[in-house]
Structure formats: structure tokens, C-alpha cells
Design a binder for this molecule. Structure first.
Ligand code: DCP
Ligand code: MG
Length: 645
């Protein structure tokens, strides 16, 4: 991104979400797109933010390289032994008995819009607005136009681009039609967004005595008959691979990876790591620049160094990727943990307008809660400022409430503490429901588990896997700097992110506030989950595009390993509290990547600190002094860590 390193073509190293190719963008002139994006965004807040992030990542890469260079032969052989053993263990867990199908509708929102307005057929189309587009038709993608790109950039790339505003009612309607079909093939299908789902087709194949290929063709035909929309399908022995496969023959195609060890390993051997859910731009960059890892197969050759540089759970995940392992079991259903409503509007600092918006949001939230007979006692206010800073503030209420008036009293209090402000988005979320069986009736009473989990944490052993999560907890302990008061106040100053949501697990429900990060989770709507040791691939599995999707009780799940922070209630980052809607998949990927980089950095610091105990105690001292401020921007954590080095 820096002009100096690129001479007169600085855009060549300007890699943003927008320049990452999606299906349908194969023949795009990448440099031309990069140049336009670079020129249009240069000087913007987004650009500055990208630059800042890039500098942080570069610093991490340098630190990791230094650490790598210092590894002794003895250390390498020690870690090689660990890696070899772990590979054997992971290999022993391989399950080739299940057949998973991942289905992904093609250019979903754009296809729905075209269906309802056939004059759009064959035209370059973007769904969204000048500030952000949600998706683009395949015709538009040829110009480099893609989801999560600001509309004004898209128009520059494709001057004939037609813009259509979003209409979620329509998308939900068509999504329902597809789900009716899915349930005929797998009643426990896992919907991960409005347009994506995982189906375990093992039973249907054996019951009907047909192959998975036939099921895939039939399913796609049925979807088309029911909706007049096309989709793409991937079939593989696990969900991680099935998702990768569904993207191969997009649009309107399918790819079958047989349930065969050699087929899987051959497939994986040349698969670029970036194709795997959970490996986003930052992880890719770190693995490539520090260790020269480009393909999944490369990972297996670097097991020792990976264990030496990164935390065990990260390396377990990487090795699992290298082995082509992924979730194979159908997870249990989860209960709703929160309910929310938010509104985006033109940035304003007019307090009367802001309070009016707050009242509207409180009213909608109240109605939604009453519809579902929910009473809650933790209220979170989310604000996005004119400069795209996202703040969330939460408070614990004296009683369980669901009326507009009650919600507004507390919400106004939270808002007043933020004034003056120029806001462009506001949202309210209620959690800790009265009927939550893990929530104590007396709000002031902390459960034993929450005490154990929030305080100096005893290692939590996951009985189902025998995995000791103490290390993971330790990592989070370092993150506890983020959390401020008991009801938690978070903020990240990262203004654009990207996605990749998560795996969900069915796990022990610990009774802790849902803003307390207990683990690196691929869990989803609850933070109160312990990590499991299985593979974490489906961090690419998008959860839901609508906040109430959990109602459908088709929550994504995969018994996967915990690696990164995850999206609580489908939109709140468990690590920093920043909120990114599920539909902003790329932004989410980038955001979680950002934390992964943070985590990797911390691991590195931790291992260095182990050699310098006095520095560790200095760090503890800093921590115990507490954070009196309301929040700490995420970057400051990096700064601190760097200092501790
Ligand atoms: N979406 C969004 N914001 C994003 C990405 C997606 O709002 N950053 C919405 C619009 C998409 C829908 O989610 O239509 C599904 O997302 P996909 O990633 O599956 O993209 P598409 O279905 O549009 O295209 P395809 O799957 O053919 O690549
Ligand atoms: Mg799609």
C-alpha cells in the first residue's frame, strides 16, 4: 500500500476486500481494478484505516520472522515431535462416513431482483447503494464489481451498472422457499445465511440408493423449480471441504469430492489456503510471508515451526486444514440469546434526531420482544460515528423488561454518556432473557461458574474432547483489557472489517454474561461455550443474515475447533464487541483476521515473555491496574504488546 515501496504504481500492493476475487471475477483485470480502487479511496478514512492495519500486520510479520530465525535446532526437533504426534491424532479422527452438501445460491439478492424485474436480466446489476453494495450480478462481476464495495467505486468500474436497493423481505421469502426444499433432503439442515446451507445427505443417499451426484443434481433442479433461482453445490466428506467445493463451479454448477482419502489429499494438495473458511487475508499473509505457506499441503510440512510460533489451538487448526479435515456431525440446536434492532441513517449530530431514532429503535425492539414473550435485562447500545468508529455500550438493568418505555430509559442513559456525537448508525440489543435457564433469577447473583470463568480462571476441561482450555483462557485474559466495567463496554476503532463467521458448537452452557469472552469460539450465538478440539474450518460458514434467524432453530453448527473470536448473537465480535452484520461477510473475515493476527502476536509475546519473567510481571501489573477509561481502541493493544517486547 505504501507508495514508496511501489514506485509509481502504489495500487499494486493495495489489497483490500474489494480486490479479492469472488466467483465470476476470474477474467478481471486485477491491476486496473486495484488502480481505480486505490485512486478513489486514497485519502479516505477507509484508506487510512487500511494503511494502519497494514502497518500492524507488517510489524507482526517482522516479529514472527525474528522469532522464527531464533529457533534452535533443538527447539525445532522438539516441536517436530509434537507436530508429528498431533498429525497422527488428527488423522485418527478422520471420518469419511458422512456425505455433506453445501449449497449456495448464485448472486442471491441480485438474482431475486432480476426474477422480480426481468428487464434486469443479463445486465450488470448491483444490489445496494452508492455507499455499499451487497452483491453484484455475474455480468457486473466481470468489471470487478463485488459485494462489500462502495457503490461509487463500483460505478467507476462499470459505468453502466444498475443499482437496485435491498429488499430483505423478498430475500427472506425466497430463502424460505429454498429451506422448504432443503428440509426434504435433511430435516436438520444447517442454514448459515439466507442463501447458504449445509445438508447431511448421508441418509438420503442410502435410503434412496442413489449417489450424491444424483442428489446434488436433483436438489438443484428442485430449487430451480420452486424458486426459478439457480444455486451451486459442493459435496464432500465434511463441511469445510463441501463449502470449498460449492464455489468451484459457480454459478449454477456442482463439484463432488468423493469420500476417499486419496481424493481428499489430492484435492487439498494444491488448494490455496485462502480458499479455506477461517483463513482470510491476514492469516494468508502471515503464513505466506513468515513461513512460505501457500497451499494447504504446505501446512503439513511446517507443523514444527507452526507449533513453535503459534498457539496450539491455532496450529491444530492449521494442521487440520492441511489434512482436509472438517466438521462431520450435525450440531444440536441452540436457544436465542439476544434480540436486536438497528438503523442506519445519514450522519447527524442533531440530538433531537438521534434521540428520535433511539425511540424508534426501542419501539421496534420492544415489539419484537413482546412478540416472542421475551424479557431481558442486559441492554447494549451500538453507535457508529460519522467517522465509522463503532462503539458499543452495555448496561445491566434492575429488572427484566420489554416495554418501549423501560428500554428507552436505559438506552437514553447510555446514549447521553456518548454525547456529543455525530452518528450514522444506532442499534439496541437485549440479552440475558428471563427464561434463560442459565440466568439466575436475581440479577445480582453471580453463579459459581461465572465466578470461575470471569475471575482467575480455572482450566476448563472439555469433557467431550479432553481438551484443556486453560491456554485459550489465558489468551483471553490478555484480552480482558478490552472489557471495562462489569456490564462491559467495548470498542474497536477498526472501521471496516470483514468476516467470516463461525462454527457453532453444541456445548456446555456456562452461566457467564454473554459479553465475557470465555474462549476463542467457533460457537456462535453464545459466548458461553468451551472450546472443542475438533477442526475449526467452518469459520467460513456464514451464520444468518437476519438477526432472528435463530428462531428457525437451524443454527449453524459444527463441532470444530476454536481458533478465532466469533460472532456472538450473529453480529458481535466476541473479542472486542464490535458489531458487524452477518451480511458483511468479507468485512467480517477481515475483522476476525485482524484478531487472529492479534492472537498470534500475543502468542508470540507470551512465549517471549516466558523467557523474561520480569516482563510478564510488568504486564500483569499493567493489567491489574485496570482500565478506568470507557474503552480502549483495539490498536492500543498492539502498541502495548509491542512495548512489552
Ligand atoms: N451479502 C451482503 N454483503 C456481503 C456479502 C453478501 O449483503 N458482503 C448478501 C448479498 C448476497 C448474499 O448475501 O446476495 C449471499 O452472499 P454470497 O456471498 O453467497 O454472494 P452471492 O449469493 O450474491 O453470490 P455467489 O454466491 O454467487 O458468489
Ligand atoms: Mg450465494
Amino acid at each position: 500500500m505504501e507508495a514508496t515501496s511501489d514506485g509509481d504504481r502504489p495500487w499494486q500492493s493495495y489489497h483490500t476486500v474489494y480486490t479479492n476475487a469472488k466467483a465470476g471475477m476470474e477474467g478481471v483485470d486485477k491491476e486496473k481494478v486495484q488502480k481505480i480502487i486505490y485512486e478513489l479511496s486514497k485519502g479516505s478514512k477507509y484508506f487510512e484505516n487500511e494503511k494502519r492495519k497494514e502497518a500492524i500486520i507488517k510489524q507482526k510479520i517482522d516479529n514472527l520472522r525474528t522469532h522464527h530465525a531464533k529457533l534452535t535446532e533443538k527447539e525445532i526437533s522438539h516441536f517436530q515431535m509434537i507436530a508429528d504426534n498431533r498429525i497422527l491424532e488428527l488423522e485418527a479422527s478422520r471420518d469419511l462416513s458422512k456425505i455433506w452438501l453445501h449449497i449456495d445460491m448464485d448472486a442471491f439478492y441480485a438474482a431475486v431482483e432480476t426474477l422480480e424485474n426481468p428487464s434486469l436480466k443479463g445486465k450488470p446489476l448491483a444490489v445496494g447503494s452508492m455507499s455499499m453494495i451487497c452483491t453484484a450480478s455475474y455480468e457486473a462481476r466481470k468489471y470487478g464489481v463485488r459485494a462489500a464495495m462502495p457503490g461509487f467505486i463500483a460505478r467507476k468500474l462499470c459505468p453502466d451498472l444498475i443499482f437496485v436497493p435491498t429488499n430483505f423481505e423478498k430475500y427472506t421469502y425466497y430463502s424460505e422457499l429454498t429451506r422448504n426444499v432443503f428440509s426434504k433432503y435433511d430435516p436438520d439442515f444447517i442454514a448459515t445465511s439466507l442463501d447458504e446451507a449445509y445438508l447431511n445427505i448421508t441418509d438420503i443417499c442410502s435410503q434412496r440408493g442413489i449417489g450424491c451426484e444424483e442428489v446434488a443434481v436433483e436438489l438443484r433442479n428442485t430449487i430451480f423449480q420452486e424458486t426459478r433461482l439457480t444455486c451451486s453445490v459442493g459435496v464432500a466428506p465434511n463441511r469445510m471441504l463441501a463449502k470449498v467445493c460449492s464455489d468451484i463451479n459457480k454459478p449454477n454448477g456442482q463439484f463432488i469430492l468423493p469420500n476417499d482419502y486419496n481424493a481428499v489429499m489430492t484435492f487439498i494438495s494444491s488448494l490455496p489456503i485462502r480458499k479455506v473458511g477461517g483463513i482470510g487475508k491476514v492469516t494468508e499473509q502471515i503464513l505466506r510471508d513468515v513461513l512460505g505457506i501457500n497451499t494447504c499441503a504446505d501446512i503439513l510440512h511446517k507443523g514444527a515451526v507452526l507449533y513453535a510460533l503459534f498457539h496450539q489451538c491455532s496450529t491444530d487448526f492449521f494442521l487440520s486444514v492441511g489434512l482436509g479435515l472438517g466438521g462431520t456431525d450435525t450440531p444440536q440446536q441452540k436457544m436465542r440469546k439476544s434480540i436486536s434492532n438497528e438503523k442506519t441513517f445519514s450522519a447527524t449530530n442533531d440530538e433531537s434526531i438521534i434521540f428520535q431514532k433511539l425511540a424508534d429503535i426501542a419501539e421496534t425492539l420492544s415489539k419484537d420482544m413482546q412478540k416472542e414473550c421475551l424479557l431481558g435485562r442486559t441492554l447494549t447500545l451500538k453507535l457508529k460515528t460519522a467517522s465509522f468508529e463503532v462503539r458499543t455500550r452495555a448496561t445491566s438493568l434492575q429488572k427484566f423488561v420489554n416495554s418501549k418505555e423501560d428500554i428507552l430509559i436505559y438506552a437514553s442513559k447510555l446514549l447521553r454518556a456518548e454525547l456529543p456525537i455525530s452518528a450514522r448508525l444506532m442499534g439496541l440489543r437485549m440479552s440475558h432473557f428471563h427464561d434463560d435457564k442459565h440466568s439466575p433469577l436475581d440479577p445480582m447473583q453471580k453463579t459459581l461458574t461465572s465466578f470461575l470463568t470471569i475471575g482467575n480462571v480455572a482450566p476448563i476441561a472439555d469433557k467431550s474432547t479432553g481438551f484443556d482450555t486453560s491456554d485459550i483462557q489465558l489468551m483471553y485474559n490478555t484480552k480482558s483489557d478490552i472489557s471495562v466495567d462489569d456490564e462491559s463496554t467495548f470498542l474497536s476503532d477498526v472501521s471496516s472489517f470483514s468476516y467470516e463467521s463461525c462454527d457453532f458448537l453444541e456445548t456446555n452452557q456456562l452461566s457467564v454474561p454473554d459479553y465475557v469472552a470465555v474462549s476463542y469460539g467457533n460457537g456462535a450465538e453464545s459466548l458461553n461455550e468451551c472450546p472443542k478440539t475438533q477442526n475449526k474450518f467452518e469459520s467460513a460458514e456464514k451464520i444468518s443474515d437476519v438477526s432472528n434467524l435463530f428462531d428457525r432453530k437451524r443454527v449453524a453448527a459444527s463441532s470444530s475447533q476454536i481458533l478465532e473470536p466469533y460472532w456472538v448473537d450473529d453480529y458481535i465480535c466476541s473479542a472486542c464487541g464490535i458489531e458487524v452484520p452477518a451480511s458483511f461477510t468479507e468485512e467480517r473475515r477481515e475483522h476476525l483476521d485482524y484478531h487472529l493476527a492479534d492472537m498470534l502476536q500475543k502468542e508470540e509475546c507470551r512465549s517471549l515473555l516466558q523467557s523474561f519473567p520480569h516482563k510478564e510481571s510488568a504486564r500483569k501489573k499493567r493489567k491489574s491496574s485496570g482500565n478506568q477509561g470507557k474503552y480502549i481502541p483495539i490498536d492500543s493493544f498492539f502498541v502495548k504488546e509491542d512495548k512489552s517486547l
